[in-house]
Ligand binder design. Structure first.
Ligand code: SF4
Length: 313
């Protein structure tokens, strides 16, 4: 099976199929915080999370900017000179983007949805921050903006409770599963983040996570390499050598096995990490993203394999 030239169902393929052109994401910082940092759930955050709240690429909000419109404009300018399409995805990336009073959330989401060049919004959040009022807002906006999409991105990382405790995720798997079902009921596609190479996680454990997500009917997945970033609590574990950092071929081998068991219709939003260069301590091989992707594609070709080859969904 092939998705244009790729052996897996890329976001790029999906967007071109729908819109006929490449759609870039513009990462936003809507000035949120996170319950895992403000004391509601924890104060130090997930052990791998940088001070930017996993939003290190988001356009930084300056005092005189409205929350999103000016950042979107800045984001569009960033692509200046590149061959880009007419539309963008407004990506609420930094911290927990449903963790604020509903009127504020509504104003932020609407501001993005009202921008003509925005094809849709993608909202990164936690499953324990999707109360009934937030779900009702998402449902209402989804029905109102019929020509745009609304996605929710959830950072599950793993289904294994022991690892979840170690990384201080702060909620059990049952909360994630419930959130996914609620979102599916209101037709909001869910994209799930999975981290590969977490301390204590083996390849079969990562495959368990992927198999589970395939069975839940998740719309999209981000498979990301664990990055050791400066000023995170993960650095201490790394320096004590309590776990192994994956080398490139070991990582590619796990990615291929994950892709093989994921359903064909699940959109692959990412297969590498995208750590900020200036914060990255390890693995440094991940900085050469082009090499990682080329090696992945060559290896899949060599193995004669593709996404869903062994999927039971
Ligand atoms: S939930 Fe997200 S923003 Fe909050 S600490 Fe964890 S990774 Fe960072």
């Amino acid at each position: 099976m092939r998705w244009n030239d790729k052996p897996y169902h890329t976001l790029d393929y999906e967007m071109k199929k729908i819109y006929g052109e490449k759609i870039y994401k513009i990462a936003l910082d809507a000035g949120m915080t996170c319950p895992n940092r403000d004391g509601s759930c924890g104060v130090r955050g997930c052990i791998f999370c940088s001070a930017g709240g996993s939003g290190d690429f988001a356009a930084k909000k300056s005092a005189d900017e409205s929350a999103v419109a000016a950042q979107l404009e800045k984001g569009v300018q960033y692509f200046h000179g590149k061959q880009i399409g007419k539309r963008f995805i407004a990506y609420f990336q930094a911290y927990t983007n449903t963790y604020a009073p509903v009127p504020r959330l509504e104003a932020l989401y609407r501001e993005a949805l009202e921008v003509p060049s925005v094809a849709g919004i993608s909202i990164a959040t936690r499953p324990d921050c999707l109360g009934r009022d937030v779900l009702a807002l998402l449902d209402r906006l989804n029905r109102e903006y019929t020509d745009k999409f609304i996605w929710i991105e959830l950072g599950l990382q793993t289904i294994h409770e022991h690892t979840a405790t170690l990384i201080r995720r702060g909620y059990p798997l049952s909360v994630f599963e419930d959130a996914v079902k609620q979102l599916q009921k209101i037709s909001i596609p869910v994209i799930t983040h999975v981290i590969i190479g977490l301390p204590g996680e083996t390849k079969p454990m990562t495959l368990d996570t992927c198999r589970y997500l395939g069975s839940l009917g998740i719309s999209g997945i981000k498979l990301q390499l664990l990055h050791i970033l400066k000023n995170t609590d993960l650095v201490e574990l790394y320096e004590k050598k309590t776990f192994e950092i994956l080398d490139m071929m070991a990582y590619i081998d796990i990615i291929i096995s994950c892709l093989e068991i994921l359903p064909a219709d699940m959109v692959i939003h990412r297969v590498t990490g995208d750590g900020p260069k200036e914060l990255l301590i390890a693995p440094l091989w991940s900085l050469d993203k082009r090499r990682v992707l080329n090696t992945l594609h060559q290896e899949m070709k060599r193995r004669g394999t593709w996404q869903s080859k062994y999927s039971s969904n």
